[in-house]
Design a protein around this ligand. Structure first.
Ligand code: ATP
Ligand code: MG
Length: 690
C-alpha cells in the first residue's frame, strides 16, 4: 500500500493543474488494460542505458516540469550560453485565454543569446571541433561530402559576412540586418542549413520555402514576408530528373514584383551536378553566384546577440489545408525546447549517428535536422535525393553506409530490406501511424529491438509534444503515448469542457511551453482566431485524440478529417487502420463525401500489396474488415482502388486533393506543386469510374 500511495502522489497534481493520466498500471508493472498482445515492452538493456529509464523517473521529471516550469526550464537553459541571463522573476509569462486580452507567450525574457553560437561555437569550445557535423549524401550514388563542426562554422561565418558586406555594397545602407527576413529556396545541399545558421548568426529571420513549391506558392510567401534577399540554386537533380529551380524563382520574382514586392538580390548557388552556369538564365543587376562571392570572405565572424524573444524564423505551414500561415518562432525558448526534446525523444548519446529524412523546408527539418541535433553536438546525415532512387533500398543503403543509429522518418516512407544493424531508435512523424505499419516498422526495420518514437507535434509547436521516451515505458503500436516535459495536453468535448479518463475528443494544450509559436506573421488576429478562440483558455491543435484506460494518447487525425455519418463521428485514421489490417491492403486514405441520406459517406482510397489484383471479392472483404473492427456504421460506401496516393514529399497524404477527387470536383484540385508524384492524381481520376 505504501507503494500505491507513492504512485498516487506521482499521478495527482496540485489543484488547478488537473490530473495527469493514470500511468499506475505501468508503474506497478501490471499488464496494461488494452489487448495484451498489442503491447510491446521495451527491452531491459535499452531501458538501463536510457536517459529516462522508467515510468517513475519520467513522472518525477514530468511532475516537476508542470508544478514548477520556471525551475525546470531554468535548470536546462542554464546549460546553454547566454550573453546575459533572463529575468529570474519572470522565466515565462503567458496568456492563452482570449477572454483575458491578447494572447501572449514569452520565455526567458531579458535573456540575450544566439542559437548559432550555441549550436556551433559552444560545441567547438567543448572539444567537438573535429567531430563530423554533417554527412551529406547526394542524389546520385557515390556523391557525398562531410563537414566537421569547425568546417561548418567557417562556412557559416563566410556566408554571414557575405550577407552583411555584400548586401551593404549592393544596396548601400539597406544590408540585411537583425530582424530582416531572408527567403531560402534551396534543395537539401549543405548550403541550406549553412544559410539558416548564418541568418541566425546575424539575427536575420529565415524563411525556408521547400524547393518543391511552385512559383505561385513561392511568390505568395515572398509577398507576405518581404525578404531582403532570396537564396537559391540554379537547379537540382532529384531521382533521374533535373529541376530548374532558378526558372521557378525568376517567375516568382516577376510575380511578386507585380504584387508590389521586388527583390534586389538573388544569391544563386551553382549546383554543377545538375546544371552549369552557362545555361542558367541570369539577371545581371540582381543575381549573384554564391561561389564567386562567399568563399572570398574570412572564416570567422562575430555573433549578433539577440533577445530571447527576437524572431528566429518564419515558416509557412505545409498547406495540406487552406492558405499557408506564416508561423513565427522566437529564439530562446525554441532553442531550449528543440535541444531538449531531441535529447530525450531519441535518447541521444554522443556516439549516435542521426538521420532524419525530412527536408529543411518543413518544420521537422528546422527542429530535427538542423537546430535540435546540432545543439546537442550530434552528427547528422543530410540526404539530397529521393528515398526510392535508384531503388527502394536506398534508405537502408544510407543507414548501413553511415551506421545510422537514430532514424527519423514519415510513416508513409517506410520501405523494406537490408541489414540495418546499427539502428537503435526509430522515429515517426507527420501522420498517425497505423498499428500494422507500426508493427512492421518495429519488427522488420528495427528487428524488434529498437523503440519507436511516434512523435506528435506541429509546425506551430516547434518541437515534440506527445512522444514516447525510448526505454521509459511500454509502447503500444500506433500510440504517441505521453506528453513531453512541460506539456499539459487535455481532451475537450464539443463545448470545450475538459474530459478525463478514457475519452475521445479535441486535443488542446492547457499551458505554454518554450517552443510554442508566438504569432502568425503579420496576422495576430488569425493566430488568435485559429488556435485560441475555438476553445477559450486553451491552445487548440486542430487534431482529434483519444486517451485509453492506461492514459496512452492516440491521435485520430485532423478534426476536419472527422466524418459524420448519420450522426456518428468517425476518425479517418480509425477506418484507415481497419483497412490496412487487411493482409492485401498496403495503404489507405479515407475522406468524407456528401451523402443524401447519411449526411456524409465514407470514401476510401486503397493501395494493394504488390502482386495483388483488385477485384469485387477483395472490395467486399475490405469492407468486411472495417465492419468487423469498427462496426457497420463505419463501412466505406465506396472503395477506390489507387495504384498510388498523392503525397507531399514530406510524406503527408494530401487529403484535400482526395476529397476533391471523391466528390468529383476535378477542376478545383488546388495547388499540387508539392506532390512527390503529380501523375498519381491523373491515375486516380482515370480510375474514378471503374
Ligand atoms: P497545414 O496546417 O498547413 O494544413 P500540416 O498540419 O500538415 O499543414 P505540419 O505542422 O507539418 O503541417 O503537420 C502537423 C500535423 O501532422 C499535426 O497537426 C497532425 O495532424 C499530423 N501529425 C504529425 N505528427 C503526427 C503523429 N505522430 N501522429 C499523428 N499525426 C501526426
Ligand atoms: Mg496543421
Amino acid at each position: 500500500t505504501n507503494h500505491l500511495r507513492h504512485v498516487e502522489s506521482l499521478t495527482t497534481l496540485p489543484s488547478g493543474a488537473g490530473k495527469i493520466f493514470p500511468l499506475n498500471a505501468v508503474i506497478l508493472g501490471e499488464a496494461l488494460a488494452s489487448e495484451e498482445d498489442d503491447l510491446i515492452f521495451s527491452n531491459k538493456d535499452f531501458s538501463n542505458q536510457a536517459h529516462v529509464s522508467s515510468p517513475q523517473k519520467y513522472l518525477e521529471m514530468y511532475k516537476r516540469s508542470i508544478v514548477d516550469p520556471a525551475g525546470f526550464w531554468s535548470d536546462i537553459a542554464s546549460q546553454f550560453y547566454w550573453k546575459q541571463r533572463w529575468d529570474e522573476h519572470c522565466v515565462y509569462s503567458e496568456n492563452l485565454d482570449v477572454r483575458n486580452g491578447d494572447i501572449k507567450i514569452q520565455w526567458f525574457k531579458g535573456g540575450v543569446t544566439n542559437i548559432c553560437y550555441n549550436a556551433l561555437d559552444m560545441n567547438i569550445q567543448a572539444g567537438l571541433g573535429d567531430k563530423t557535423a554533417f554527412f551529406w549524401e547526394g542524389n546520385d550514388l557515390g556523391k557525398g561530402a562531410t563537414l566537421t563542426f569547425n568546417q561548418l562554422l567557417s562556412k557559416v561565418c563566410q556566408f554571414t559576412l557575405f550577407a552583411h558586406a555584400q548586401l551593404a555594397n549592393y544596396l548601400k545602407d539597406i544590408g540585411v540586418k537583425k530582424g530582416d527576413a531572408v527567403i531560402i529556396y534551396l534543395p537539401m545541399l549543405m548550403e541550406l542549413p549553412i544559410a539558416m545558421l548564418a541568418c541566425a548568426r546575424i539575427g536575420a529571420v529565415h524563411s525556408v520555402v521547400f524547393a518543391g513549391f511552385s512559383s505561385e506558392s513561392l511568390s505568395q510567401r515572398i509577398v507576405d514576408c518581404k525578404p531582403k534577399a532570396v537564396i537559391t540554386c540554379n537547379a537540382v537533380r532529384r531521382g533521374s530528373k533535373v529541376l530548374n529551380l532558378k526558372d521557378i524563382v525568376d517567375s516568382a520574382l516577376v510575380e511578386s514584383t507585380n504584387n508590389g514586392v521586388s527583390i534586389d538580390v538573388c544569391l544563386t548557388y551553382e549546383n554543377q551536378s545538375a546544371m552549369t552556369r552557362e545555361t542558367t538564365k541570369w539577371q545581371i543587376d540582381r543575381d549573384v553566384w554564391w561561389q564567386d562571392i562567399v568563399s572570398k570572405y574570412p572564416t570567422t565572424c562575430e555573433v549578433e546577440w539577440v533577445d530571447a524573444e527576437d524572431p528566429l524564423f518564419l515558416l509557412y505551414t505545409s498547406g495540406s489545408t487552406g492558405k499557408p500561415k506564416g508561423v513565427l518562432h522566437t529564439t530562446g525558448g525554441y532553442m531550449i525546447y528543440t535541444a531538449t526534446t531531441f535529447k530525450y525523444a531519441f535518447d541521444y548519446k554522443p556516439s549516435d549517428i542521426y538521420w532524419c529524412t525530412a527536408d529543411c523546408g518543413w518544420i521537422t527539418g528546422h527542429s530535427y535536422v538542423t537546430y535540435g541535433p546540432l545543439l546537442n553536438g550530434s552528427t547528422v546525415v543530410l540526404f539530397e535525393g529521393a528515398p526510392n532512387y535508384p531503388d527502394s533500398g536506398r534508405c537502408w543503403d544510407i543507414v548501413d553506409k553511415y551506421k545510422v543509429t537514430l532514424f527519423y522518418t514519415a510513416p508513409t516512407l517506410f520501405v523494406n530490406r537490408y541489414s540495418r544493424k546499427s539502428l537503435r531508435v526509430l522515429g515517426s512523424v507527420g501522420e498517425p501511424i497505423n498499428p500494422s505499419a507500426w508493427r512492421w516498422f518495429y519488427n522488420v526495420v528495427g528487428d524488434s529491438r529498437c523503440p519507436i518514437s511516434d512523435t506528435w507535434w506541429q509546425t506551430e509547436t516547434g518541437g515534440f509534444m506527445i512522444t514516447p521516451l525510448p526505454g521509459a515505458w511500454p509502447q503500444k503500436p500506433g500510440s504517441a503515448t505521453f506528453p513531453f516535459f512541460g506539456v499539459l495536453p487535455i481532451i475537450v468535448d464539443e463545448k470545450g469542457n475538459e474530459i478525463e479518463g478514457e475519452c475521445s475528443g479535441y486535443l488542446c494544450i492547457k499551458n505554454s511551453w518554450p517552443g510554442a509559436f508566438r504569432t502568425l506573421y503579420g496576422d495576430h488576429e488569425r493566430y488568435e482566431t485559429t488556435y485560441f478562440k475555438p476553445f477559450p483558455g486553451y491552445y487548440f491543435s486542430g487534431d482529434g485524440c483519444s486517451r485509453d484506460k492506461d492514459g496512452y494518447h492516440w491521435l485520430t487525425g485532423r478534426v476536419d478529417d472527422v466524418i459524420n455519418v448519420s450522426g456518428h463521428r468517425i476518425g479517418t485514421a480509425e477506418v484507415e487502420s481497419a483497412l490496412v489490417s487487411h493482409p492485401q491492403c498496403a495503404e489507405a486514405a479515407v475522406v468524407g463525401v456528401e451523402h443524401e441520406v447519411k449526411g456524409q459517406g465514407i470514401y476510401a482510397f486503397v493501395t494493394l500489396v504488390g502482386g495483388v489484383h483488385y477485384s469485387e471479392e477483395l472490395r467486399k472483404s475490405l469492407i468486411l474488415s472495417v465492419r468487423k473492427q469498427i462496426g457497420a456504421f463505419a463501412a466505406p460506401d465506396r472503395i477506390h482502388w489507387a495504384p498510388g496516393l498523392p503525397k507531399t514529399r514530406s510524406g503527408k497524404i494530401m487529403r484535400r486533393i482526395l476529397r476533391k477527387i471523391a466528390s468529383g470536383q476535378l477542376n478545383e484540385l488546388g495547388d499540387t506543386s508539392t506532390l512527390a508524384e503529380p501523375s498519381v492524381v491523373d491515375q486516380l481520376i482515370a480510375l474514378r469510374d471503374t
